[in-house]
Design a binder for this molecule. Structure first.
Ligand SMILES: NC(=O)c1ccc[n+]([C@@H]2O[C@H](COP(=O)([O-])OP(=O)(O)OC[C@H]3O[C@@H](n4cnc5c(N)ncnc54)[C@H](O)[C@@H]3O)[C@@H](O)[C@H]2O)c1
Length: 252
């Protein structure tokens, strides 16, 4: 039986651990050749090596999403690894915990640089490649905080994640005529290293059994399952949209 992502090539930014790693593994499981990228060489290489050892087509490419002078060159180099890029997942990101009263200009600028400026310029670079292919699936990992505002994560983070949702629609509007879709996934409280610094993980009033309708925190694989759908042709008539993966914690 043909696999869902057979003959497709995917790039996942920040896929050395956490949600990105789960996405890379999921896309490989469903037949894509996967380029694992991260600033952390050791972790990214380990994920790619593990996928290769399981018989998948995979490679590691060190890539800092905020290396603005080199993004176009790096994305072209990634395209050359397997000859095309069908799926691009903007996953890399950082968070912050400052209260609105405490956010500094430095923190604000850092978050905007990593969580939206980099996402836009990476997408712009791969968009050119996808236009030439007349095919592309763009998936952006935003956040529940980008929809409803940040509480345990900072406003500098949630504002950048809100901008990702708008940016996604811009690429959806411009990409339709080239058979390029652009969609976002908004994770809720998901158990990764990033979650370690956030108050909801330990605060008794955030007990998931009492606060989240589905009664648990999210796992990285929960997010990866939604990305798989948006990265595949099962979603070929869906663009500019958002999938919430938050156990029902926030319903629009
Ligand atoms: N964990 C959550 O609860 C949660 C909730 C909502 C949204 N998200 C989003 O999901 C995405 C993944 O988060 P996570 O929880 O897996 O985080 P994580 O910190 O566990 O992993 C992030 C990965 O991104 C990499 N990275 C960081 N800066 C980078 C850069 N400049 N260039 C390339 N790679 C870089 C890190 O090395 C790491 O491997 C992020 O965009 C995050 O904002 C997470």
């Amino acid at each position: 039986m043909k696999q869902l992502l057979e003959n497709k090539v995917a790039v996942v930014t920040g896929s050395g651990q956490g949600i990105g790693e789960a996405i890379a593994r999921k896309l490989a499981e469903f037949g894509a050749a996967v380029i694992v990228t991260d600033i952390n060489t050791e972790k990214g290489q380990a994920v790619a090596d593990d996928l290769t050892s399981q018989g998948h087509r995979a490679a590691f490419h060190k890539f800092n999403v905020a290396d603005f002078d080199n993004i176009k060159k790096e994305v072209a180099a990634m395209r050359d690894i397997f000859g095309r890029i069908d799926i691009w997942v903007n996953n890399a990101g950082i968070t912050g915990v400052s209260r609105v009263e405490d956010i500094t200009i430095e923190e604000w600028d850092k978050m905007q640089t990593l969580d939206i400026k980099s996402v836009f310029f990476c997408t712009q670079a791969v968009f050119e490649i996808m236009k030439q292919q007349n095919y592309g699936k763009l998936v952006h990992i935003s956040s529940m905080a980008g929809e409803r505002g940040g509480r345990s994560s900072s406003c500098a983070y949630s504002s950048a994640k809100a901008a990702v949702l708008n940016m996604s629609k811009c690429f959806a509007l411009s990409g339709g005529e080239y058979n390029i879709t652009s969609n976002s996934v908004c994770p809720g409280r998901t158990l990764t290293a990033m979650a370690q610094g956030l108050s909801w993980l330990t605060d008794p009033k955030d007990d998931p059994k009492k606060t989240i309708p589905l009664g648990r925190f999210g796992q990285p694989e929960d997010i990866a399952n939604a990305v798989l759908f948006l990265a595949s042709d099962l979603s070929s008539y869906i663009t500019g949209d958002v999938i919430d993966v938050n156990g029902g914690l926030y319903m629009k």
